[in-house]
Design a protein around this ligand. Structure first.
Ligand SMILES: *Cc1c(COP(=O)(O)O)cnc(C)c1O
Ligand code: SF4
Length: 445
């Protein structure tokens, strides 16, 4: 059963401090309630009544993809950690004692994968530019400080340390002054990606205060402004009935009028997120403001690990005018044991979805891993001579010369991430690892 379909008058968050007083609580089984109570101490959880009343099917709650995407599950932390935490909570321990247990569990969840914090922070005149990341030549990432939260949190999110205030490095920026200075100097940069969290949690006026200096600087080589957002899925009213919805759409128009391509990089995990009247209307409004919408999401167990789900997602997306972009492999952080899918299965799901859709949806690429050396695309498996191998390539790389060169890893049915792979044909290194060594010469064509 779905809770009655309704249009919330305003944004009403549901989080661990009010969930037990919400109607949603009554729809959960006692095991689910206990999982929410205990696991939410460690992993942040936050949703809203649009998600719980329009996207979750409460008839099949523990088997429901949107329930799993929204509420913490028992299996997301170790059995042992779960029991320890449960005991501490039930013993009436002090807040400090609970906190200590929680912190020790969090530390084991690899909070900062793929050198997220220490690498890729650009410099200008020897000064590190906080809130910027520049890993791939053409695209600079910008993290405005007020955009580091979301309209709801995905249980698989790799940004979870930001949400629990656990991010040791300030990975965010308060103004776009440095950004503009940096963009001016870097003529190779064509794309600016504003990300978070979700930058569209910001008021339109605040977003404009970041964007206006970029537009006014008239940086000729900057062609595209991208906004990474899950607002269409989690809060379509951002574009419809929020007090500043119209201002936001006018800001989009302003970006387009300034001659920039405006791309909303929309995160859609499941076709149900594209099934409601509000999301359809929101998509119409965003597109008529002149923005293009591209859709991307990670492939995760318990949420969207089925080729039919992906095929339906891409078909519905194209139907509504969206462009399918990336299918990611879930990152090696947080409750990854709960969500991860072996690479070979990820590829099968991708292929069986890809072959069900028309060419208009085959703009999508995946499965792709955002790993330390770059975005690694698993093209498929092959038999070469006597060896079964994975065929891979870079879609993005620290060194642009690495992009588009097929390379081979030994087939391993259990491998879930690049780090689990070893080179095929008895080689010691992948070609890109050789290039880390100053004396080695790459011999792979
Ligand atoms: C994915 C990503 C980008 C954008 O890559 P595109 O292939 O151009 O979409 C830029 N920077 C980082 C760090 C990324 O992970
Ligand atoms: S919308 Fe994106 S940033 Fe926000 S919780 Fe989900 S995955 Fe994380």
């Amino acid at each position: 059963m779905k809770l009655p379909l309704f249009q919330p008058q305003r944004y009403e968050p549901i989080h661990r401090f009010n969930i037990q007083r919400s109607p949603e609580w009554g729809f959960m089984g006692s095991d689910e309630q206990e999982a929410v109570r205990v696991v939410s101490q460690v992993l942040p959880f936050r949703t809203n009544t649009y998600v719980t009343r329009n996207l979750i099917n409460w008839d099949r709650n523990s088997g429901d993809p949107m329930f799993n995407l929204t509420f913490p599950q028992r299996e997301m932390i170790d059995e042992e950690d779960f029991s320890t935490l449960q005991e501490v909570l039930n013993s009436g321990a002090s807040r400090d004692e609970v906190k200590e247990v929680v912190q020790s569990i969090r530390r084991r969840l690899n909070p900062h994968p793929a050198g997220q914090l220490s690498h890729n922070v650009p410099e200008l005149n020897g000064r590190k530019l906080e809130g910027l990341q520049h890993k791939y030549r053409e695209t600079v990432l910008f993290f405005p400080s007020q955009g580091q939260t979301c309209h709801a949190y995905c249980t698989y999110c790799f940004r979870w340390p930001q949400f629990v205030g656990n991010s040791e490095v300030r990975f965010q920026s308060r103004s776009s002054d440095d950004l503009v200075r940096y963009l001016r100097e870097r003529e190779e940069v064509t794309d600016l990606l504003i990300t978070g969290g979700d930058p569209l949690v910001m008021k339109a006026s605040l977003l404009e205060s970041y964007l206006a200096p970029v537009l006014e600087a008239q940086i000729e080589h900057l062609k595209t402004i991208r906004l990474g957002s899950k607002a269409l899925a989690y809060w379509p009213f951002r574009f419809l009935t929020d007090p500043d919805s119209d201002d936001l759409l006018r800001l989009f128009e302003r970006v387009v009028k300034a001659g920039k391509h405006l791309a909303l990089m929309a995160h859609f995990s499941h076709p149900v997120e594209l099934s409601t009247a509000p999301v359809e209307e929101a998509i119409r409004r965003v597109r008529s403001a002149g923005a293009e919408i591209r859709m991307q999401a990670p492939l995760v167990r318990h949420v969207n690990d089925s080729s039919d789900v992906w095929a339906a997602l891409w078909k519905q997306g194209v139907h509504l005018g969206l462009v399918p972009y990336y299918m990611f492999v879930e990152r090696d952080t947080g409750p990854k044991g709960y969500f991860e899918i072996p690479l070979h299965r990820a590829h099968l799901i991708f292929r069986e979805a890809f072959n069900q859709v028309s060419g208009l949806a085959r703009t999508v690429r995946g499965p792709s891993m955002s790993a330390f050396p770059g975005k690694v695309h698993l093209i498929g498996t092959a038999q070469i001579g006597r060896e079964k191998v994975f065929v891979l390539q870079f879609l993005q790389a620290r060194d642009p010369n690495w992009v588009g060169r097929p390379f081979f890893a030994r087939f391993d049915p259990e491998a879930c991430w690049l780090d689990d792979l070893t080179p095929a044909f008895g080689r010691k290194h992948f070609f890109f690892e050789r290039e880390y060594e100053p004396t080695a010469v790459s011999t792979v064509a």
